[in-house]
Design a protein around this ligand. Structure first.
Ligand SMILES: [Zn+2]
Length: 349
């Protein structure tokens, strides 16, 4: 029985109510220093010489360069309306920098039930799909460790983030560096063994459309802000890298980005081979036509069971899933956190 866990925003929220989700990622909230713990000075360059990003963005709002009406909207809906960079990092890059900062400072400790799920999924050959572009799963994998011997000379061991299989062909990613190659050698079959297909991309991904190479590094492998920067310039052509962070509501949006397109193609193949799907905190919103058509196309004879985990499962949400999957559906009216605790599997190393 191969299981796909399909996680929506409600899944992240039920585990970490303070974690910034898409609805929290508005420019207005990003400009609120209280969201950044002790860190009060945000310099896009080095701490010593860079101007403070929050101050710069506030000035942009005051002068009208950043339209006031986009401040409260979800970032995914307004990202493309931010003024484009012209050779040097612009307002858009500064906003993305704050997104990264927001994500670096809010996570505290491991979530045991989620670790158990990831651990067992890797061993069972299960997979994850998510419409979230937060980094909760990567965080948890990073905290788990993979239990392999690693030279003390290496700054970072082969933690469980090296299990990640983003569903993207190697040709779209830069060649492995020395540390990656070493981790691959040590991990063997465990390398890239856990598919996590992020259908909307991720806040920690960026890439160069000119070179057609994308850095989908496990978060913070090279430092938090390097995930968006590096600093920002493509190491090959020196052009500014772009985020891989999209709200694909229609199938055509999916096709417009090589990384997102590859992930959706992979998702389609994986879902056709899946025997059970566990949907968590995913409402099957009728306006998300791309996901709906993906699920319709892949509802074949292999799929035997669909479990819908949501506190509001007995209602409109449940009806939507029944309309799509019929009698395959069973409803669990509980939060993802409660479901994970009650189904907590035993770790077997
Ligand atoms: Zn480039």
């Amino acid at each position: 029985m191969r299981t796909a866990y399909f996680l929506g925003a409600g899944a992240s929220y039920s585990l970490l109510p303070n974690f910034p989700l898409s609805r929290d990622l508005t420019i207005e909230r990003l400009l609120d220093r209280r969201n950044y713990a002790q860190e009060s000075y945000m310099a896009i360059e080095s701490q010593e010489r860079g101007p403070d990003v929050i101050t710069e963005l506030r000035e942009a709002v005051a002068s009208g360069r950043l339209p006031a009406e986009i401040l409260g909207a979800r970032l995914e809906d307004v990202l493309d309306r931010l003024p484009p960079a012209e050779g040097v990092p612009g307002l858009r890059e500064r906003v993305l920098y704050l997104v990264m900062k927001r994500l670096t400072l809010t996570v505290d400790g491991s979530l045991g039930a989620l670790s158990s799920l990831l651990w067992n999924a890797q061993r069972a050959g299960d997979l994850f799909l998510t419409t979230n572009y937060d980094t909760l799963l990567e965080w948890e994998l990073g905290l788990m460790g993979a239990g392999f011997q690693w030279s003390p000379l290496d700054a970072v061991g082969p933690d469980a983030r090296y299990w990640l299989d983003w569903g993207v062909p190697a040709s779209l990613e830069p060649p492995l560096d020395g540390r990656d190659a070493r981790a691959k050698q040590i991990l063997g079959a465990a390398w890239a063994s856990l598919p996590i297909l992020k259908l909307h991309g991720s806040v920690s991904w960026s890439g160069c459309p000119t070179c057609n190479l994308y850095d989908l590094d496990p978060l913070f492998k090279d430092g938090a802000t390097d995930s968006i920067g590096g600093w920002l310039a493509c190491k090959r052509c020196q052009r500014l890298r772009q985020p891989v962070f999209v709200p694909p509501v229609h199938r055509k949006d999916v096709a417009s980005h090589p990384v997102i397109r590859a992930i959706w193609d992979r998702a389609q193949g994986e879902l056709r081979r899946t025997n059970r799907i566990v949907f968590a905190g995913f409402s099957l919103d009728p306006s998300d036509t791309a996901v709906r058509s993906l699920l319709e196309e892949t509802n074949g004879p292999n799929l035997q069971a669909v479990v819908v985990v949501d506190p509001a499962a007995e209602g409109e949400i449940g009806d939507r899933f029944r309309a799509l999957y019929g009698s395959k559906v069973s409803l669990r009216s509980e939060s993802w956190a409660a479901f994970l605790e009650s189904h907590r599997p035993i770790h077997t190393a």
